[in-house]
Design a protein around this ligand. Structure first.
Ligand SMILES: [Zn+2]
Length: 188
């Protein structure tokens, strides 16, 4: 276990977590715990506010990012710790995008987020695309694209699964558009 200031992560992904975090200077003072979990229902990683955060003022919030020990894509099972670095960084960058999204919300709004996320497909899509967008705006497009390629270019994926992923997340084309927009902004 590595602890640096506000951030805690397992040794196996320490290097990747540090790189992902370095893209989000806004989160440097926000407590975030990265944690392996045996099984996460229907997903590989999950960012969420710690329960106590709902009752605290926004600046006292803390978050955890749960990471499934195994990743199942189609019929293949991968151990998360064996995933290539670039892809792990992309994955973590996406999760930190969710944390950025949570940071903009009031406590009540977070509860609403949780409920909508559980009940509305359209809401999930919006949240996933926002997380991707945050990662791209923070200069992580290389990693996000690698992660997408890893998921989508596995042999034997059902068309249904591919369509689901393509629908929920930003496409490579949309990512490149965001990069162009970002780079066109005047820097101060
Ligand atoms: Zn997500």
């Amino acid at each position: 276990m590595v602890t640096c200031a506000q951030h805690t992560f397992p040794d196996e992904i320490a290097a990747e977590a540090k790189i992902a975090l370095s893209h989000y200077p806004e989160l440097s003072t926000i407590p975030i715990e990265f944690k392996f979990k045996k099984n996460i229902k229907k997903s590989t990683m999950q960012a969420q506010p710690k329960f106590s955060s709902f009752f605290k003022r926004r600046k006292h919030r803390s978050y955890k990012i749960l990471i499934s020990e195994k990743i199942e894509i189609a019929d293949s099972v991968y151990f998360t710790k064996d995933i290539p670095s670039e892809i792990m960084i992309g994955w973590l960058g996406h999760e930190l995008g969710h944390v950025m999204d949570f940071e903009q919300r009031s406590g009540l709004n977070l509860i609403g987020f949780g409920i909508s996320y559980l009940t509305s497909k359209k809401y999930i899509r919006g949240a996933e695309r926002r997380a991707d967008s945050y990662a791209v705006k923070h200069g992580m497009e290389k990693y996000i694209l690698a992660t997408k390629e890893f998921i989508l270019e596995k042999a034997g994926l059902s068309q249904k699964y591919i369509d689901r992923i393509k629908n929920l997340y930003l496409s490579p084309e949309e990512i490149m558009l965001l990069v162009e927009e970002r780079d066109a902004l005047p820097t101060d």
